[in-house]
Ligand binder design. Structure first.
Ligand code: GLY
Length: 350
């Protein structure tokens, strides 16, 4: 597999879907619009809910985006594990009442095999319980029938906040036996580290209502999510998002500024270096979108990230201010894809 940079993967994805007649949308702001069910945009589909529900008209019935997202539910794991982060980018292709399962899964395999160099023997798929249609499509695409796994609502039903949701089918990458638990029935869904989920294709047919019930949407849709940092890990043959090219560049800045060596392990200083690296990305993007530190809501999330990053700077022995200086690295590596970072650089740093 070709070792591709994170920025290159994003650009190949968007170009591929543009060639399939998709409108290439800009990432929406991290501040949700007309959606009280979430504080901050946390998935590629979140800013597009009104298009799925049919209450707003999309620029085109086929769309693709790379969406900036923040999730802080697992904030205590950040820095302690290889792949937790509060900030991430989500690649997605979307159909608002246009194509459905067959095209979505077919193009998914075409992109992975012909544009990123995956081979079918390393790919597995999970499907929602009795989704025979998805199973038939996977087989027709050359997926080994032994690599198709049925899982329940917990694993193969996508919903986040209220609104559009539905059963899904996830694509997994087999990293190889050496990463596994060794159990003979090890497969996607197993707790071990062998199978990595790389792409979720959601068949968005329902809307979750405030009382917890589900109603049918007027038309079936497609919503997919491929975590860019995770895909970059696979393409760059690394276990940790902190070793991905663009993120490593920020981490190197933290190391340089603190003068503390990074061992890529569990030492407290390694954890602090990773926490600062992650939080710098989240904070820089949040401020660019107009979020200000405060005592409630989104502002409190930002304030918490700022304080945690500053505290870990102290743990590393950094005496002077450092977050402003290091935000330059975030802007440098992401500024081309997110011009608002460059345009608002002075504001962010102020
Ligand atoms: N919206 C589907 C996903 O992000 O997995």
């Amino acid at each position: 597999m070709e070792k591709l940079g994170l920025n290159e993967i994003r650009s190949r994805f968007l170009k591929f879907y543009e060639s399939k007649d998709h409108y290439v949308g800009k990432s929406a702001s991290l501040i949700p619009r007309n959606d009280k069910s979430i504080l901050i945009i946390n998935s590629g589909m979140a800013p597009l809910k009104a298009y799925f529900a049919g209450t707003e008209t999309p620029p085109k019935k086929r769309m693709c985006t790379c969406q900036k997202c923040i999730r802080t539910g697992d904030i205590d794991n950040v820095g302690h594990t290889a792949r937790h982060g509060t900030f991430f980018e989500m690649l997605g292709n979307f159909s608002f009442g246009d194509y459905f399962k067959k095209e979505s899964l077919t193009w998914g395999i075409e992109f992975l095999t012909e544009h990123l160099g995956f081979t079918m023997d390393k790919l597995w798929a999970t499907v929602y319980l009795d989704d025979e249609e998805a199973i038939g499509i996977w087989k027709s695409l050359g997926m080994n029938p032994d690599h198709i796994v049925r899982l329940g609502k917990e694993d193969n039903f996508w919903e986040i906040g209220l609104g559009p949701c539905g059963p899904d089918s996830e694509i997994f990458y087999d990293r190889g036996e050496e990463f596994g638990c060794g159990k003979p029935d090890c497969k996607p869904g197993c707790d071990c580290d062998r199978f990595l989920e790389i792409w979720n294709h959601v068949f968005t047919q329902f809307s979750k209502e405030e009382d917890g019930s589900y109603s049918d949407l007027s038309h079936p849709n497609i919503d997919t999510g491929m975590g860019l940092e995770r895909m970059a890990c696979v393409m760059q043959g690394t276990d940790s998002i902190f070793d991905v090219d663009t993120i490593k560049y920020i981490l190197d800045g933290v190391v340089e500024k603190s003068g503390v060596a990074y061992h890529d392990g569990a030492e407290p200083t390694d954890v602090s270096i990773r926490i600062i690296t992650d939080h710098l990305r989240a904070m820089t993007f949040m401020i660019a979108d107009g979020i200000m530190p405060s005592n409630e809501g989104r502002g409190y999330v930002l304030r918490r990230l700022l304080r945690r990053a500053a505290r870990h700077g102290k743990i590393l022995g950094i005496k002077d201010t450092f977050l402003v200086e290091l935000s330059n690295r975030v802007i440098e590596v992401s500024g081309e894809a997110y011009p608002e970072l460059v345009e608002k650089k002075d504001y962010i740093q102020k």
